[in-house]
Design a protein around this ligand. Structure first.
Ligand code: ADP
Ligand code: MG
Length: 614
């Protein structure tokens, strides 16, 4: 019996949309790039509800004919390449012809467009790949794209969207990248009718301070290098601008924003000792290279590219940056009105007041909330003991160490315990406890009070979680929007083979990517809010410090636990405190951290009395 059928276009488009349209910001990126490719001089972005209800891009570019307006929603429909050879000479942002088909598959789309030759504009409505109408209307040359109710027909995806601040942060990031890449184009951005950006056409230096932070004004050093292989231009921040948080770092290759840990390494290493360890230099660097030397086709969202001569580019870039920071002292502050390409060093006129005061680096970073402590239980074996503690520890002495000074409570191994969930009266209940100085938890137990060291308790919890994941039960991996490459030193790369399978087990979705490099596709949830490549590197480096331990699984779990616990040193709400205590007592050894340090101490009433009256 034959059972194979071709998928309908609308299903095929919806599947493709899964890759192209991850969130509102992906739509913003595709529509803005299309406007750039249409040679627009002015691009307006209008957003409502962080793009969940409306994403509108209006451009004054070439526009489309009546037929093209219909055609552009077909899959694999593009005006940008015709034959396979064109793939090696791509000068446009788009070329796959997938974006509009994908967007129209998962949203309600209205397109109004007119090209210069035509009298009338075309207006098309399409919803979930279904054409609703096509009319001739009055309108200016250019294109007006309205995307409403993204994922209206894919509730699972819609529910998966993050809070408005988080989605808006992603949109602003995309907007900033496009705006930085094209200072010659006028851009504006409105969110819920409020103007967020209004960027006039300007020089790159002015575009940088308008877009990112006006405090960068006196901090930029010109970076420039011309070689037959590659032309480099742009700005690096003077060393004192380097920040703890990895913030504004931009590479553009042929005006396309890309991410590259390899090239980032070239820049950072050029700064050498001029910046403190663990700080990150600011840069906006443009590279112009013959498209035949790069492959932008390796990733659907196109933020990773491959150079055919990566090493040469590394060297050229590094030397360009070195020169830039070497001479910045001699160069007067950049003239924001002059063209960067002339390397003009005339003394600066007073900076024209920048209209826009949106201090992105501080306000946006606060948007994203940290991931909540995971709720799924680890193991239930120790809950009986837990209750005993809170009822006054009747059996405590059975398990106690001889060191009564220390009052350390060692609980029996999980093998001795019955995991009877029905006997877990504490489950889900809030525990009366307070947090002290983001480090200790104080709670009442029947015999007196218990003090818990938050850091060590987290270390114990994470340690057992990772150990369990490595041994039996793979951890959950959170897919990254843009996979990241991480290049290790040759030694670290070697070492990584010892533990890479285990790292995968805890939720890092990584693949080998040649030349000491891994491609990170996903990370464990605890690692979502940090730079994935840095975290991955940090794990390998830290593991090498613990390397001579006999049991690799234990060593790695300790490493991971320490990192995760460190990040948990923060103010906890009531629920998180309860969670912490619950989870601690679910571990096999709640009273000590993985290195044997006490996680808690119980003071009974007589001890408290003695403490006070002494
Ligand atoms: P791609 O950009 O990869 O070609 P898209 O699906 O994004 O694929 O767009 C399909 C085609 O629609 C483009 O090749 C272009 O010809 C046309 N198009 C899309 N957006 C615009 C626009 N803003 N102005 C003019 N033409 C556009
Ligand atoms: Mg496109």
């Amino acid at each position: 019996m034959d059972i194979i059928q071709l998928l309908s276009d609308s299903i095929a488009n919806q599947i493709a949309a899964g890759e192209v349209v991850q969130r509102p910001a992906s739509v913003v990126k595709e529509l803005m790039e299309n406007a750039i490719d249409a040679h627009a001089k002015h691009i307006q972005l209008i957003i409502k509800e962080a793009g969940k209800t409306l994403i509108q891009v209006i451009d004054d570019g070439s526009g489309m004919s009546n037929t093209d307006a219909r055609m552009c929603f077909e899959r694999h429909a593009t005006s940008k390449i015709r034959e396979s050879g064109d793939l090696f000479a791509i000068k446009t942002m788009g070329f796959r012809g997938e974006a509009l088909a994908s967007i129209a598959a998962v949203a309600q789309v209205e397109l109004k467009t007119k090209c210069a030759e035509d009298e009338l504009a075309t207006s098309i409505r399409i919803e979930g790949s279904e054409f609703k109408s096509q009319d001739f209307v009055q309108g200016p040359t250019g294109t007006n794209f309205i995307v409403k109710n993204l994922f209206f027909n894919v509730p699972a995806r819609r529910n998966f969207l993050k809070s408005n601040p988080v989605e808006m942060k992603h949109i602003i990031e995309e907007f900033q990248r496009v705006a930085l890449a094209h200072p010659e184009i006028k851009f504006s951005l409105y969110h819920n009718d409020i103007e967020i950006y209004n960027l006039p056409e300007s020089k790159l230096s002015k575009r940088i301070i308008d877009t990112l932070d006006k405090n960068y004004r006196d901090q930029l050093a010109t970076c420039q290098e011309d070689t037959p292989l590659i032309k480099i231009s742009g700005y690096v921040g003077k060393p004192q601008l380097a920040a703890k948080r990895r913030g504004d770092q931009y590479f553009f290759v042929n005006h396309r924003f890309i991410k590259s840990s390899y090239l980032n390494h070239a820049v950072t290493s050029a700064f050498e000792a001029t910046i403190a360890q663990g700080t990150h230099p600011f840069y906006v660097i443009f590279m112009e290279i013959d498209p035949s030397h790069i492959d932008i086709n390796i990733h659907p969202t196109k933020t990773e590219i491959k150079f055919d001569d990566e090493k040469a580019i590394y060297a050229i870039l590094r030397s360009a940056v070195k020169q830039a920071i070497g001479v910045y002292n001699l160069t007067p502050t950049i003239d924001f009105e002059s063209d960067i390409n002339f390397g003009n060093i005339t003394p600066p006129p007073a900076l024209k007041s920048t209209k826009f005061d949106f201090n992105t680096s501080s306000s946006i970073s606060n948007f994203e909330s940290r991931p909540k402590f995971e709720k799924d239980p680890l193991q239930t074996d120790n809950r009986d003991n837990w209750q005993k503690v809170f009822e006054g520890l009747p059996n405590r002495r059975d398990h106690e160490t001889e060191d009564s000074e220390n009052q350390q409570v060692i609980f029996g191994s999980k093998a001795n315990k019955l995991a009877e969930t029905s006997r877990l009266p504490i489950d889900g209940k809030e525990i009366n406890a307070i947090q002290i100085h983001q480090r200790y938890i104080l709670t009442q137990v029947k015999s007196g009070i218990m003090l818990i060291d938050q850091l060590y308790a987290h270390e114990r919890i994470f340690y057992e979680k990772y150990l369990k994941e490595i041994n039996t039960q793979p951890g959950v991996s959170q897919q990254l929007l843009f996979p990241k490459t991480v290049t290790l030193s040759p030694i670290d790369y070697e070492v990584s083979f010892e533990i890479i399978d285990m790292i995968r087990m805890i939720g890092f979705n990584v693949e080998e990517f040649g030349q000491n490099t891994y491609l990170i596709n996903g990370v464990p949830i605890e690692y979502m809010d940090e730079d994935e490549a840095v975290a991955f590197k940090g794990i390998i480096e830290q593991y090498r410090i613990n390397e001579n331990q006999k049991d690799t699984k234990e060593a790695l779990s300790k490493t991971l636990a320490k990192r995760a616990a460190n990040k948990s040193q923060k103010t906890l709400n009531k629920e998180e405190i309860s969670n912490l205590i619950n989870k601690l007592f679910e571990t096999s050894m709640p009273s000590i951290n993985p290195e044997g340090k006490s996680t808690m101490k119980i003071l009974d009433l007589s001890q408290i009395g003695a403490l006070i009256s002494n």
